[in-house]
Write a protein of this length. Structure first.
Ligand code: HEC
Length: 140
């Protein structure tokens, strides 16, 4: 049995170096930026909006309210989603992962991405003037 020769050894070191440097590069960030488009692809899609409304009342309304403004809620008061100002991508990140430290449950595993996009398309129909659903991710 032969030990590693110099070429194999350098190859091994090179691979290790790449893995060690990987988190320091901006590759994963660039990838995350592309995780979701700069606007919701389901915006204005009537079928998606109706499905989103149904899902909203089933899963989100209890905390975010009948008008999605966080009013008239009995227990945990959710944020006012009619003035959501981040981006579709940030919406997806928050909806999928929740803010578990602040009573916002994670919906990944309960609702799939298309369902969450549909809810987003519905919420965009309620968006007030100060709201914003476009732009790049700030949370990834
Ligand atoms: C158990 C109560 C509860 C339910 C159910 C709930 N939320 Fe929330 N949500 C919250 C709370 C509380 C916050 C505010 C968290 C904070 O202060 O950062 C929040 C915040 C959010 C935010 C961030 C708002 C912002 O301006 O930063 C989004 C987006 C959101 N919820 C989407 C949803 C969606 C979509 C659903 C349904 C699939 C849902 N939530 C269901 C409690 C809830």
């Amino acid at each position: 049995m032969k030990y590693l020769n110099l070429r194999q050894f350098s190859f091994f070191v090179a691979i290790l170096t790449i893995f060690a440097l990987f988190p320091a590069t901006d590759w994963p960030v660039a990838y995350a930026e592309d995780a979701y488009p700069r606007s919701n692809p389901l915006v204005g899609d009537q079928a998606a909006i109706e499905k989103g409304a149904y899902l909203y009342f089933k899963w989100c309304g209890a905390c975010h309210g009948r008008r999605a403004d966080g009013e008239g809620v009995r227990f945990t008061k959710g944020a006012d989603l009619t003035i959501f100002w981040r981006s579709y991508c940030d919406y997806m990140v928050i909806a999928l992962n929740g803010r578990t430290d602040k009573n916002m449950p994670p919906w990944g595993g309960v609702l799939d991405e298309e369902e969450l996009s549909s809810i987003g398309a519905y919420l965009e129909t309620l968006a007030k003037e100060s709201a914003n659903w476009k732009g790049s991710c700030t949370l990834l």
